[in-house]
Design a protein around this ligand. Structure first.
Ligand SMILES: [Zn+2]
Ligand SMILES: [Zn+2]
Length: 379
């Protein structure tokens, strides 16, 4: 990457960083991307998206999609950067960096359009942080005719110049649950006349803790945490209602499904035992970000041309890129963005991505697109 191009992209990122918008409010970002692409003579495609942009470079099949998310978080920024945001939102997950690198990749791919063995579809995705954007893009038709999709997340635990990658799970499947229990209120001295909501809730929780330890293979992993219980108001009344909530994390789509199935079985069986009524609410949360086992080794090898590629451990965080991988094969990497020992993590108000990481991120998009177009062309 030339110095001029690097400085240009760093400026673009600083501008985007200074003007963050939260999920589903990315109106200015959408305009900014459309303008940027128009100047490159890349026309955004006409997809029914309220925010976010889809555009293409090249022509014909195969089509490889490159995806960057563009939303920010409702966090007050405390980085003291001279391009810090002051509007109450913050790019505390580094999606400003993702967006910039895809704009940079678009510029290079447009210059090299004649070399493309097919089409590159650029997906500037809205609403990653509330896990809605991936589904919105899919509903709008954004994956039509796409053979495979490439994405990444910046990772402050890796240095600029490094890429972390692995086949299979790279980010966790996340479940958010809330279980509402309805018993029958009674005097604390006459539990026989009621249905004891307190006992139902605690019994369910005890039984839930057997799921991971007794039904998940020791060679697989999952975590189930109950984090909040709300039941009762005083010492001498058995309450009628209560609830508990928490989360499940897993790294294999089959393990994930089996834990969810067991969870529902346990909750229903215990409530039946006590004649209580229960309702399970599953929140919006992403599936396992699961890297394709055929394509990941191709991207792993190919990325060695421009980065130090490291076999990484999965993150226990979730990522809505998983929505795409439920439909088509995809590869999701970590791009090193800080690497200092005490680097603040994602979603912290002093989170910082280093500009020096931009060239690897841009190259990752560009080179992965070429590699996969060539791979699918040969098939
Ligand atoms: Zn985030
Ligand atoms: Zn993020």
């Amino acid at each position: 990457m030339t110095d001029t191009f690097y400085s240009k992209l760093a400026k673009v990122r600083h501008y985007i960083h200074e003007h963050p918008e939260i999920s589903e409010q990315e109106y200015e970002a959408t305009k900014y991307i459309k303008n940027y692409l128009s100047e490159l003579e890349i026309k955004p495609l006409d997809y029914p998206l309220e925010t976010g942009v889809i555009a293409e470079i090249g022509s014909g099949l195969p089509i490889i999609a490159l995806r960057a998310d563009i939303d920010a978080l409702p966090i007050v920024e405390r980085t003291n950067l001279d391009y810090a945001s002051s509007n109450g939102a913050m790019h505390a997950c580094g999606h400003d960096f993702h967006q910039t690198s895809l704009l940079g990749a678009a510029e290079i791919l447009k210059e090299r359009e004649a070399e493309l063995n097919g089409t590159v579809r650029l997906i500037f995705q809205p609403a990653e942080e509330n896990f809605q954007g991936g589904y919105k893009v899919i509903e709008a038709g954004g994956l039509e005719n796409v053979s495979a999709i490439i994405g990444y997340h910046n990772n402050p635990h890796l240095k600029p110049g490094q890429i972390g990658l692995r086949s299979g799970a790279i980010m966790a499947g996340v479940e958010q649950f809330k279980v509402i229990v309805n018993g029958v209120s009674a005097h604390a001295a006459r539990p026989d006349l009621g249905v004891d909501t307190v006992l139902v809730i605690t019994t369910i929780i005890n039984n839930l803790q057997n799921i991971v330890s007794r039904t998940v293979s020791p060679f697989e992993s999952a975590v189930l945490s109950v984090t909040h219980i709300d039941v009762g108001t005083t010492w001498n009344v058995l309450p009628a209602n209560g609830y508990f909530e928490g989360t499940i994390r897993s790294f294999d789509p089959e393990v994930r499904l089996s834990v969810i199935e067991r969870f529902e079985k346990v909750v229903k069986a215990v409530s039946q035992q006590f004649d209580a009524r229960v309702e399970i609410n599953w929140g919006n949360a992403p599936n396992v970000t699961f890297n394709d086992r055929d394509l990941t080794p191709i991207i792993f090898e190919n990325s060695k041309k421009f980065a130090e590629v490291i076999e990484t451990l999965p993150s226990t965080g979730g990522e809505d890129f998983a929505a795409y991988q439920e439909k088509i094969p995809g590869v999701f990497a970590f791009v090193g963005s800080n690497g200092e020992e005490n680097a603040p993590d994602w979603h912290h108000d002093d989170f910082i991505v280093r500009d020096e990481s931009l060239p690897v991120a841009v190259n990752y998009f560009v080179e992965s697109a070429f590699a996969l177009l060539n791979h699918f062309k040969k098939e």
